[in-house]
Design a binder for this molecule. Structure first.
Ligand SMILES: NC(=O)c1ccc[n+]([C@@H]2O[C@H](COP(=O)([O-])OP(=O)(O)OC[C@H]3O[C@@H](n4cnc5c(N)ncnc54)[C@H](OP(=O)(O)O)[C@@H]3O)[C@@H](O)[C@H]2O)c1
Length: 222
């Protein structure tokens, strides 16, 4: 049995991580702002009231998990607010700041909060997006979201370098376009996406730390 901490566990991809991991009898710390009936029905330990932007909310959780080893830290919580070229008003800039805090600083802040729970061979999976890739950006737009995911990719590479001496590996993982609230239900199923993501986490180790993968196994360009 391995221990997993999953953020954004109440719905979407995070909930499906909890479902598939619970079916494997793993130990799951399910972190969210507000729990859901679906999450409560699973054999997981739920920690709600946790906004990944809020250092004050993270403190009691870090204390509660003090001395507990985390094998895999899954940074899944994320938000998307569309803002294209002709929509860049002050509200779009405010939305970009919110996304930067949640999507880029959130994973870094949590990794820092749980640094002593990670140990030799622990893994960190950052659920990022191909929309953070410069090379893949053929359509423009989505300024704040693209910037926030590029920023978390940069943070993930630095974490991979800084934690390598502790044999902690970091993977940046794109889930595909997945049918969740974020996409208005368009895309592949959460079941398929999370099966792939868990396979990539399985393969993650010191030999491939700090790289960017599609859930289907393809390595992605920055
Ligand atoms: N769906 C896709 O096609 C797709 C593609 C590429 C990447 N991704 C990434 O995959 C991850 C999961 O996305 P999803 O499709 O499952 O989205 P979703 O259905 O919209 O779920 C987002 C999750 O993140 C949580 N969250 C958002 N802001 C948070 C905050 N400040 N603090 C704590 N939790 C917060 C939400 O909690 P609440 O319920 O409290 O709002 C929810 O649990 C995200 O990082 C997203 O960027 C998704």
């Amino acid at each position: 049995m391995q221990s997993y901490l999953v953020t954004g566990a109440n719905r979407g991809i995070g909930l499906e991580f909890c479902r598939q991991l619970a079916a494997r009898n793993e130990e799951i710390f399910a972190v969210c702002r507000t729990s859901s009936d679906e999450l409560a029905a699973l054999d997981v330990t739920v920690y709600d009231g946790i906004d990944v932007n809020d250092p004050v909310a993270l403190e009691p959780l870090a204390l509660e998990l003090d001395c507990i080893d985390i094998d895999v830290l899954i940074h899944n919580a994320g938000s998307y607010e569309r803002a294209d070229w002709d929509e860049l008003d002050e509200e779009a800039f405010a939305a970009a700041e919110r996304m930067f805090r949640t999507n880029a600083l959130g994973p870094l802040r949590l990794t820092r909060a749980f640094r002593d729970n990670l140990y030799e061979n622990s893994k960190i999976a950052i659920i990022t997006s191909l929309m953070g890739s410069m090379t893949d950006n053929g359509s423009g737009g989505s300024y704040g979201y693209r910037m926030s995911k590029a920023a978390v990719n940069a943070a993930g590479v630095s974490l991979a370098r800084d934690l390598a001496s502790r044999t902690i590996s970091v993977g940046m993982l794109h889930p595909g376009m997945v049918a969740t609230d974020m996409t208005g239900g368009r895309g592949i199923s959460v079941e398929e996406s999370v099966r792939g993501l868990l396979a990539r986490i399985e393969e993650l180790g010191p030999e491939n730390t700090g790289r960017f993968w599609h859930q289907d196994g393809r390595e992605l360009p920055w």
